[in-house]
Design a protein around this ligand. Structure first.
Ligand code: HEC
Length: 189
């Protein structure tokens, strides 16, 4: 019987692999097993390179943790920014007034917004750079460096700029400053 199998499958016998009359035969694995093995072998190579393969590929747990914390922080700051930009008007004005007093606007536009030797009166309805909300936001964001108005895009967030612009348009304009600077620019109609 063993001889038959040996002939049929072209089997090598390990002569020294015999214990208690049980022989180990050197059968060749079927082709499909070999192919399956090679596929899993190849797959493990790709898997290892992708998931642990090279340094700083960001796939390890520490980097994944860091990335997810950063994503969450970004989400939270966007939510805070969104909330700050859509406060009810009285709160926008109050927050804007605080910014106006604390971020140096008063140095050039006076405490009450009436203007001084440097900056124009923000309480009249005459404007050098446009009176629409977008214009005011643009002036504060980009400044007018050649005319002496500081850009505030790196000092204030988008929401803060909106707040201080709201304060100017809804609270300063139409108020009566102590020493108003003469009107400059065109009247807003
Ligand atoms: C260093 C002085 C300076 C500071 C600080 C400053 N401004 Fe100005 N600002 C100016 C000058 C000068 C102009 C006029 C620019 C021009 O001639 O177009 C101006 C113009 C403006 C205008 C447009 C006025 C118009 O008639 O079109 C707005 C609004 C304004 N500033 C708001 C602010 C706010 C808000 C801050 C604080 C966050 C601020 N400014 C801080 C000097 C300053």
């Amino acid at each position: 019987m063993a001889e038959d199998i040996k002939d049929m499958n072209n089997i090598d016998e390990h002569d020294d692999h015999e214990y208690d009359g049980i022989k180990e035969l050197n059968n060749r694995s079927p082709l499909w097993v070999i192919i399956l093995f090679l596929i899993t072998f190849g797959f493990s190579g790709i898997y290892a390179v992708k998931y642990f393969g090279y340094p700083n590929n960001g796939m390890d747990q520490a980097s994944e943790y860091k990335a997810s914390v950063e994503q969450q922080k970004l989400k939270m700051s966007q939510a805070a920014e969104g909330k700050a930009a859509s406060l009810p008007e009285p709160q926008m004005i109050a927050a804007g007034q605080k910014i106006f007093k604390e971020k140096g606007c008063v140095a050039c536009h006076a405490q009450d917004g009436g203007g001084n030797a440097v900056g124009p009166n923000l309480c009249d309805n005459f404007w050098l750079n446009g009176c629409k909300m977008e214009d005011i936001i643009h002036t504060i964001t980009e400044g007018k460096p050649e005319k002496g108005m500081t850009p505030f895009k790196s000092t204030l967030s988008g929401a803060q700029i909106k707040q201080v612009a709201t304060y100017i348009k809804k609270s300063l304009v139409g108020s009566k400053p102590a020493n108003p600077k003469a009107a400059q620019g065109v009247e807003c109609k």
